[in-house]
Design a protein around this ligand. Structure first.
Ligand code: SF4
Ligand code: SF4
Length: 347
């Protein structure tokens, strides 16, 4: 990793260089909530002026760009007595993410383990992922962020460039060869002693702002021991089974595949749709049997996948602690509260 500093106005030159040949996606303000606070979303950005690198968090993660809610996997056509299958990985141009927080880059790193791993690689995801350039940026911890507990408040790989606001300059970390080539065309400087101090002060200040936390000590063991705990029924009774938590989660990737045949019998399409394990028919199989008809069992399995099964497979949790699911849940179900209750802690 190489470190440089860059004057703030120079960041615009980097944006312009990248926007020339790529689709740039970044945080923009899309409106205000009922308390007058700005709402942010990841959108395609054509003008540097509308980028909001000082954004707090987005309601939805950036996943629709690499793991869209609905995606056509293949189309089939009959011609005479023969048929053809067409596969499109659905990428027009390389994608540049300009301003992802550490939690969202860590989420991508976790998705890579599954969707680009050796067991069930997903070429539709891999094609998009290998055509990405990622610029990370520092963040301002929100009251619901517990990424620090999940080890996702900093990121060590999975990005090309990382920028941190240190006052009148940006501190930049250069990770990839592509980023190195690009930075050569910008006016950057070596770090001064003062830049080092300023960077460390910025990080220390950020760390002081974390308030939410999850105690992950021995969590997989505790989950094993508490599989029959009545707390699952209590949370399940609150849960609406709406699936919003999976929709807003940067690491939820479960999906269903559907094939629909045109009534002419001359064409068909195979579509993938993201799914939520909290939705009533998630575990329903052919013949109509439902392995998890109760909300409590579905909610429990969502937690066991994130904090138990994934840890067993990859030595890390499938939750980055972004807090989006708790913020979006109409029943007020949050990860820190659920885990605390399983541990028998007072709410
Ligand atoms: S936990 Fe909340 S967001 Fe998730 S399915 Fe239940 S009610 Fe919906
Ligand atoms: S489970 Fe909730 S807190 Fe964890 S990564 Fe998903 S949305 Fe974020």
């Amino acid at each position: 990793m190489l470190f440089r500093v860059i004057d703030k106005p120079e960041l615009r030159s980097l944006f312009d260089m990248l926007a020339e040949k790529n689709t740039v996606v970044g945080p923009v303000e899309t409106g205000k909530d009922r308390n007058g606070r700005p709402l942010y979303a990841f959108e395609e950005v054509k003008d540097f002026k509308i980028l909001r690198l000082d954004y707090t968090t987005t309601k939805l993660p950036a996943k629709r760009y690499f793991l869209p809610f609905r995606e056509e996997l293949a189309t089939f056509r009959m011609k005479d007595d023969d048929w053809t299958k067409t596969i499109d990985y659905n990428i027009d141009k390389p994608l540049v993410f300009f301003g992802l927080h550490a939690c969202d880059i860590n989420a991508l790193n976790k998705l890579d383990k599954v969707l680009m791993g050796p067991v069930y690689p997903m070429p539709y995801y891999a094609a998009k992922r290998m055509n990405m350039f990622i610029i990370g940026t520092g963040c301002e911890p929100q009251p619901f962020c517990f990424c620090r507990s999940m080890g996702a408040d900093t990121v060590h790989h999975g990005f090309d460039l990382n920028i941190t606001d240190i006052g009148d300059k940006y501190f930049i970390e250069i990770q990839s060869a592509e980023a190195f080539e690009m930075v050569k065309d910008l006016r950057t400087a070596d770090l001064s002693e003062d830049d080092h101090v300023q960077y460390m002060k910025t990080i220390a200040e950020k760390n002081r702002k974390f308030t939410a936390r999850v105690d992950t000590t021995d969590l997989t063991k505790i989950l094993d021991m508490e599989f029959q705990s009545p707390v699952w029924k209590q949370w399940g009774d609150k849960c609406l089974g709406c699936g919003t938590c999976a929709n807003v989660c940067p690491t939820c990737y479960c999906y269903g595949v559907e094939e629909s045949v045109d009534p002419s019998l001359q064409k068909a399409v195979k579509t993938k749709t993201l799914y939520s394990c909290n939705v009533v028919d998630f575990a329903e199989v052919a013949g109509g049997h439902n392995f998890r008809p109760e909300r409590s069992s579905r909610l429990k399995y969502r937690y066991y996948h994130k904090h138990r099964g994934f840890v067993e497979a990859y030595e890390e949790s499938l939750c980055v602690g972004c807090g989006r699911c708790g913020e979006a849940c109409l029943a007020g179900i949050t990860v820190p509260e659920v885990i605390a209750s399983v541990r028998g802690e007072e709410q």
